[in-house]
Write a new protein. Structure first.
Length: 219
């Protein structure tokens, strides 16, 4: 599903990724842990096509069979919209839109019809136990509910991979545990692939594979 080779990233003279190699199978849940500043977010942003690596000899990035480094910006945006889902520490829902509208937005960007999209968004919100909250705005939802709306939004276009950066970093223990169980349920039921950066040891250890990042490398 993901094949990355010799990924480098410089911010000016700061060498943040120093040649990361990574191979992730479809349906795998991989956790990435490591000290603050190790480069985890930078790596996730590059795997998620939100940022670009510095290309060196042998640098490669393939996701779901697509050679990411050869896509122009327009093709990259479309690929990201259709194939990738994102869950961040702070849900990044749009505050002036309802839960239902937030979930629908990536599908509208993909050009899907309103009726088809709303039906699918309602189905997802229902599946995530939020059918009674669909008309509420993020500010009226608990942290755990907001994060489940963000999960529904990440799923609306049936992505090949979901990237999560500290998804439970802002949640209480019970909401965090529920969110973690949800990831595994989504994997078991739909074969969803996850790459999760986390400081939560329990989540990191539940994953199929735990990768430890240190000083810009995954040894
Ligand atoms: N946009 C940026 N510009 C300059 N330096 C950055 C930028 N983003 C991250 N860094 C630096 O890159 C290093 C790795 O950051 P990051 O990937 O956020 O680490 P982590 O997520 O593991 O804590 C840090 O030293 C950070 O200060
Ligand atoms: Mg980070």
């Amino acid at each position: 599903m993901i094949q990355a080779k010799n990924l480098h990233k410089y911010y000016d003279k700061l060498h943040v990724l120093k040649g990361v190699d990574l191979h992730i199978e479809k349906g795998e849940i991989v956790s990435i842990v490591g000290a603050s500043g190790a480069g985890k977010t930078t790596l996730l942003q590059i795997l998620g096509t939100l940022d670009k690596p510095n290309v060196e000899n042998g640098t490669e990035l393939q996701i779901d069979g697509e050679n990411i480094l050869q896509l122009n910006d327009k093709a990259l945006s479309r690929f990201r919209n259709l194939k990738l889902g994102f869950i961040f520490q702070f849900h990044q829902l749009l505050p002036e839109f309802t839960a239902l509208e937030n979930v629908c937005i990536p599908a509208f960007i993909a050009g899907k019809s309103k009726s088809e999209t709303e039906a699918e968004a309602k189905r997802l919100l229902d599946y995530l136990g939020l059918s009674h909250r669909i008309d509420h705005k993020p500010g009226e939802l608990s942290g755990g509910e907001q994060q489940r709306v963000a999960v529904a939004r990440s799923l609306i276009n049936k992505p090949a991979v979901i990237f999560a950066d500290e998804p439970s970093g802002n949640l209480d223990t019970v909401s965090a545990e529920n969110l973690h169980q949800l990831f595994f349920k989504l994997r078991d039921e739909f074969g969803q692939t996850f790459v999760i950066v986390t400081h939560n040891e329990e989540l990191a250890n539940m994953a199929d594979r735990k990768l430890v990042m240190s000083d810009g490398l995954i040894p």
